[in-house]
Design a protein around this ligand. Structure first.
Ligand SMILES: NC(=O)c1ccc[n+]([C@@H]2O[C@H](COP(=O)([O-])OP(=O)(O)OC[C@H]3O[C@@H](n4cnc5c(N)ncnc54)[C@H](OP(=O)(O)O)[C@@H]3O)[C@@H](O)[C@H]2O)c1
Length: 247
């Protein structure tokens, strides 16, 4: 198992779901994790539970929606921890519906968190990693970034943008020792998918090889691998952890 002792990981969207699973696994492997999200209660609970399990964790409240909010989070993380060695971008929203039914507000909300804030967080944290000659950034995208379907046009396109950003940043920061990769989940059982889709979340994987929803821990396993030195030759890659949904 990888040992992240002495490294700090900032995981956006780690008050819930996939981000929380990633935080648990990184903390369990020795990393100091910085939990972040808007919900103070869930944030403080996550920190308490990780510490109770013997891990190192702190919470930074952040509502990510623009460049200023992303830069403020980066500054707080650096002020708290000194440096960020691993950045996982898991904060995101998924609003699905027929194209004409979705609103400009839906479009802006999706792109503001899924693309814009993510972009400026990387812009703030990747250069210092590059100066130190070491770092790992993992973006969480989706099987719907590659797959045409009725409903996820705004959501999938926002994550497709992140897919291209992943490759662009791998080219830009990789030569300085910063590896940038992505994990592309299929349908995963989380607080978010239960809230948005209810029991219907279990229908998404029908007919896929796995034929079931995934767990945050299954996504986290791939993220931890990409963050580790075991993945030292992997740049700009996308690992599908989707039960075969994208094939
Ligand atoms: N679950 C799936 O089936 C699935 C599949 C493919 C990809 N994904 C991707 O995986 C990521 C996590 O999904 P999930 O299912 O774990 O969702 P979730 O349970 O709803 O968790 C979303 C996280 O993002 C944070 N967040 C949302 N809006 C935010 C904002 N404006 N500012 C700061 N933080 C914000 C939430 O924190 P607060 O509520 O505390 O703000 C929460 O911690 C998303 O990027 C999603 O697109 C999920």
């Amino acid at each position: 198992m990888s040992d992240f002792t002495g490294r700090t990981a900032l995981i956006t969207g780690s008050t819930s779901g996939i981000g929380r699973g990633i935080a648990d696994k990184l903390a369990g492997s020795g990393a100091r994790v910085l939990i972040t999200g808007r919900d103070l209660e869930r944030g403080h609970n996550a920190v308490a539970e990780i510490r109770a399990a013997g891990g190192k964790a702190d919470f930074i409240a952040a509502d990510l929606h623009d460049a200023a909010s992303a830069k403020a989070l980066a500054a707080e993380a650096v002020a708290l921890a000194g440096e960020v060695d691993i950045l996982v971008n898991s904060a995101g929203i998924f609003i699905l519906g027929p194209t004409a039914a979705l609103t400009e507000a839906d479009f802006d909300a999706t792109y503001n968190i899924n693309v814009k804030a993510l972009y400026f967080l990387v812009a703030a944290l990747a250069p210092p990693m590059a100066e130190r000659g070491r770092g790992a950034i993992i973006n969480i995208t989706t099987a719907f970034a590659e797959k045409g379907a009725v409903g996820p046009a705004i959501y999938g396109s926002s994550k497709a943008a992140v897919g291209l950003l992943t490759k662009s940043w791998a080219a830009e920061f990789g030569p300085s020792g910063v590896r940038v990769n992505e994990v592309s989940p299929g349908a995963v059982l989380t607080e978010g998918t239960q809230r948005v889709f209810g029991e219907a979340v279990h229908d998404f994987p029908n007919g896929t090889p796995a034929n079931r929803v995934g767990t945050p821990a299954e996504i986290a396993a791939a993220v931890v691998f990409l963050a580790s030195d075991e993945a030292s030759y992997i740049h700009g890659a996308s690992i599908a952890v989707d039960g075969g949904m994208a094939i």
